[in-house]
Design a protein around this ligand. Structure first.
Ligand SMILES: [Zn+2]
Length: 203
């Protein structure tokens, strides 16, 4: 199972951004190939731009707007360190979700413990659906995404629990990830898609 759960995200934020831009770009070339010269030349400019970008990317860091030389996995030293850190946080969140133990203890802060218990229920539900390739009646075709939301929110809970253990008794700050994850699960429970849109019949 550990092998299966390798986190594919490059940052700690929720990662369900698609690649529509690339698909749209390719489609445009296909449609426009029989059109007049002005459109073709415009497309040539775009194509050249993309090739330049590719050449640039082969020698410099693949993070957007970073011009540092690529060292490991196409990333500069700093961005590779960031990637490793994010991966470690992700792996830790998965371990805590599985075992319910952080640094040898269960979650101590009462509100967090309750939130974490609910999150673990969703996590198990998502894991069962993915591992047994069984469509969950609530998660439907969003089980894989649900597992990623759980990992993201678990990282928030871990941070807050560590602050609490270090004597920070203030209420947790507003957190976009927390609200977004619980909104999505609420929408799913109401039979909608996680983004609140009515679920199409075939999904
Ligand atoms: Zn970089």
């Amino acid at each position: 199972m550990a092998g299966f759960w390798t986190c594919q995200r490059s940052s700690a934020t929720l990662g369900w951004v698609g690649c529509c831009g690339i698909i749209a770009g390719q489609g445009m070339i296909g449609i426009a190939s029989g059109w007049d010269c002005s459109i073709r030349s415009e497309i040539e400019v775009r194509r050249t731009g993309r090739e330049k970008m590719k050449r640039r990317r082969s020698s410099s860091c693949k993070k957007s707007r970073c011009e540092e030389p690529a060292e490991i996995m196409g990333l500069c030293h700093e961005h590779y360190a960031e990637h490793v850190e994010a991966q470690m946080c992700c792996d830790e969140a998965i371990r805590v979700l599985h075992h319910g133990i952080l640094d040898g203890q269960t979650i101590q802060k009462t509100e967090l413990a309750e939130e974490f218990r609910k999150l673990q229920e969703w996590w198990r539900r998502a894991c069962d659906s993915i591992n047994f390739q069984r469509k969950d009646p609530i998660l439907r075709d969003e089980a894989k995404y649900a597992s990623e939301w759980c990992i993201s929110l678990a990282q928030v809970i871990i941070k807050e629990e560590r602050l609490f253990r270090n004597g920070n008794v203030r209420p947790p700050p507003w957190n976009f990830i927390r609200d977004s994850v619980w909104d999505r699960f609420k929408n799913l429970e109401e039979g909608l898609m996680s983004n609140g849109v009515a679920r199409p019949k075939d999904r």
